[in-house]
Design a protein around this ligand. Structure first.
Ligand code: HEC
Ligand code: HEC
Ligand code: HEC
Ligand code: HEC
Length: 189
């Protein structure tokens, strides 16, 4: 006896199909709601994003922009070996300090022991990842021991933070020690 197995229970197939159709409709509705209108005008991106990024307020500026106001520091910094080092590395970002030409916040200034760790961020001999010829490195406390001073001396007792050889050069001149440094009126070597 031949039975006809064609089922009349095909509701489940219809349900699956309806679910798919529903997902497609909801999906495209959400897409049109969430996508910014300008998306795709020029390609697979939002053109406005470019202008927004370009208009973002700059956090950092050049040394020259600091020196516009800090004349006293200028006289020293530009004559020393730290001329090439950014003010902001040691003092923080311009935008935390100045807005529209007016001072809006204080810059951090390191004192005492903090200065030691600041200097050693760049000058510590234990930093091995950097080629030794790039920046001169020292080891502590050996650096102080070979100068015959107490090891609790802080770097800025001998090095001017803005021109590290200023005082050292001046002291040598005062003591009439042979000129070890070149560069005339500057405090570079
Ligand atoms: C619009 C002028 C102006 C600009 C630009 C400017 N400063 Fe200043 N800065 C000042 C003034 C004014 C003071 C407060 C004066 C004071 O307290 O001796 C100050 C204070 C400071 C101090 C603290 C001094 C202290 O003794 O506490 C530091 C450090 C400093 N500025 C660094 C910077 C750096 C680094 C930049 C650049 C990223 C910069 N400044 C840009 C005007 C400026
Ligand atoms: C290597 C780190 C370093 C760099 C680079 C640096 N500073 Fe300083 N600065 C210090 C430290 C540390 C002090 C506080 C201790 C001191 O004055 O001996 C200081 C003090 C200051 C002061 C307040 C005291 C003073 O001498 O009038 C100002 C203003 C200042 N710096 C501005 C600047 C500016 C502007 C630049 C960039 C041209 C700059 N600094 C670059 C480390 C630095
Ligand atoms: C952001 C990194 C940085 C920090 C922080 C820094 N320095 Fe320097 N320092 C340099 C660079 C870069 C040079 C080399 C400049 C060159 O050779 O043109 C230099 C040069 C020097 C030199 C001369 C070395 C030579 O070439 O003979 C001395 C001394 C020195 N720094 C002392 C200090 C002291 C003291 C401090 C802390 C107040 C300090 N530095 C903080 C980057 C730094
Ligand atoms: C007692 C004074 C004194 C103190 C404190 C001192 N230095 Fe020096 N430093 C010198 C003298 C002087 C030189 C000049 C070169 C020489 O004669 O060794 C020098 C040279 C350097 C050099 C260049 C090294 C080279 O190979 O040419 C660096 C970098 C330096 N010091 C960093 C520091 C740092 C960082 C500190 C703080 C942790 C510090 N110094 C503390 C006196 C001192």
């Amino acid at each position: 006896m031949q039975q006809n197995f064609k089922s009349s229970y095909n509701v489940h197939v219809v349900r699956i199909l309806l679910t798919f159709v529903g997902m497609i409709i909801v999906g495209s509705l959400l897409r049109s709601l969430l996508l910014p209108s300008e998306f795709g005008d020029y390609g697979h991106y939002r053109p406005g994003a470019v202008t927004e990024e370009a208009n973002r307020e700059m956090r950092n500026k050049t040394n020259d922009s600091c020196l516009d106001c800090h004349y006293f520091v200028k006289k020293i910094h530009l004559k020393g070996v730290h001329e090439v080092v950014s003010c902001e590395v040691c003092h923080g970002a311009y935008s935390d300090h100045v807005k529209d030409g007016k001072v809006i916040g204080e810059m951090p200034v390191y004192r005492g022991e903090e200065i030691k760790s600041l200097c050693l961020r760049c000058h510590n001999k234990i930093i091995r990842a950097r080629p030794p010829e790039s920046i001169k490195m020292i080891a502590m406390p050996e650096h102080l021991e070979e100068k015959n001073v107490r090891t609790d001396h802080v770097c800025n007792q001998c090095h001017h933070v803005h021109a590290p050889y200023k005082w050292i050069k001046e002291a040598r001149e005062m003591m009439g020690l042979p000129e070890k440094w070149e560069g005339g009126s500057s405090w570079k070597k």
